[in-house]
Design a protein around this ligand. Structure first.
Ligand code: SAM
Length: 338
């Protein structure tokens, strides 16, 4: 747990700089910031960024002397007068609980004495924002942050993906007239997908939306074309390609180009490629309506339908997720739609 303690905040003068200290804390892996003067505007700004861009970052206010005294863990005060960061970072890294203290104007002597480490990021005067960024970066506790918005890196331009939450997905299904049976299947698929994903690193928000919407095309047709129909619906609704692809890539555990051509499907990619796409595809495969069944039972059904040639691919995907996410079928068999 990393806590940043910002001392000497003056709401009327330090608005921007304290906001930046808090933004750096959140983005570079801290869990919490404590600011020594109450500032409701600051709290609102930071809570808003956290909601939009993710994480469990907290902001609280309180007397800094008391916070330092009560803190259990390594107290690291950043100051240009301290010992160079390079000389102490490996020792600091050994602590699980770290409080990083940054000042604004002159920092009282007592803070230097209460700190376990007084650390300089170069023995030159600069700023709490730069010192904190470099310190947290070297500490290397950055984690993946996922919220309502996801930035898609671009060479030029700005691409921000908005992933609908569960409620929005359900109302979209409602809008397209999904019946109860379909909704139960999709809710169960999201449960299976999220349970599978516990053992691997995926974008859970995208995964849940993908699982809930992958069959939206069934509101148009029950044929194999439901995948492309769903893809078209999501595109029409202004959803990103990464979400629309769940519709086209879940059918038959991913259709090869040659199969798609034979079926007269439009010329596009039907293979699940991301881990999220693979999980949704596999979760859907394991479901008969809203019941999870074993892969061997699915294989038997495929054989019965004259689709034996597809079985190795189904099984390969299943084994891949057993390895990658420690998929545990017993756990999935215990899930139910309620
Ligand atoms: N002379 C002030 C003092 O008492 O340390 C410096 C104030 S400086 C504008 C504000 C804060 O930036 C400091 O309290 C410290 O946390 C941080 N800071 C500035 N330069 C730093 C450096 N070279 N290394 C580590 N922290 C630094």
């Amino acid at each position: 747990m990393i806590t940043v303690l910002r001392i000497g905040h003056r709401p009327e003068r330090d608005k921007r700089i304290t906001t930046h200290v808090a933004l750096v804390s959140r983005a570079f892996g801290a869990d919490k910031i404590i600011v020594d003067r109450v500032d409701d505007k600051l709290k609102k700004t930071i809570d808003n960024v956290t909601k939009k861009f993710g994480g469990n970052f907290e902001i609280e206010f309180g007397n800094y002397m008391e916070k330092i005294r009560k803190f259990k863990g390594a107290k690291v005060h950043l100051t240009m007068y301290g010992i160079p960061l390079e000389d102490r970072i490996s020792e600091i890294k050994k602590f699980e609980n770290i409080m990083v203290i940054v000042g604004s104007e002159k920092v009282p002597r007592i803070v230097y004495e209460m700190a376990d480490f007084n650390i300089a990021v170069k023995n030159q005067p600069h700023s709490e924002v730069s010192a904190l960024s470099i310190f947290l970066d070297r500490l290397g506790r950055e984690k993946v942050l996922r919220g309502d918005l996801k930035i898609i890196p671009e060479e030029r331009g700005k691409k921000v993906l908005r992933i609908p939450d569960r409620k929005e997905c359900l109302s979209l299904l409602e809008k397209y007239g999904a019946d109860d049976r379909l909704k139960r299947h999709l809710i169960m698929c999201s449960r299976v997908a999220l349970t599978t994903a516990k053992g691997c690193d995926v974008d859970e928000r995208l995964l849940e939306a993908g699982a809930l919407l992958h069959d939206i095309g069934r509101t148009v047709t029950q044929s194999i074309f439901h995948g492309v129909e769903g893809y078209k619906i999501l595109k029409r609704e202004g959803m990103d390609e990464s979400l629309a692809r769940f519709c086209s890539t879940h059918v038959g555990a991913g259709l090869l180009k040659s199969t798609a051509r034979k079926l007269k499907l439009p010329d596009q990619d039907y293979i699940p490629r991301t881990t999220e796409e693979k999980i949704v595809c596999n979760s859907d495969t394991l479901l008969k309506g809203d019941k999870v069944v074993r892969i061997d039972e699915i294989a038997k059904d495929y054989r019965g339908k004259g689709l034996a040639s597809e079985i190795p691919r189904l099984k390969r995907l299943y084994s891949y997720l057993e390895k990658k996410c420690q998929l545990n079928i017993e756990e999935l068999l215990n899930l139910n739609v309620q």
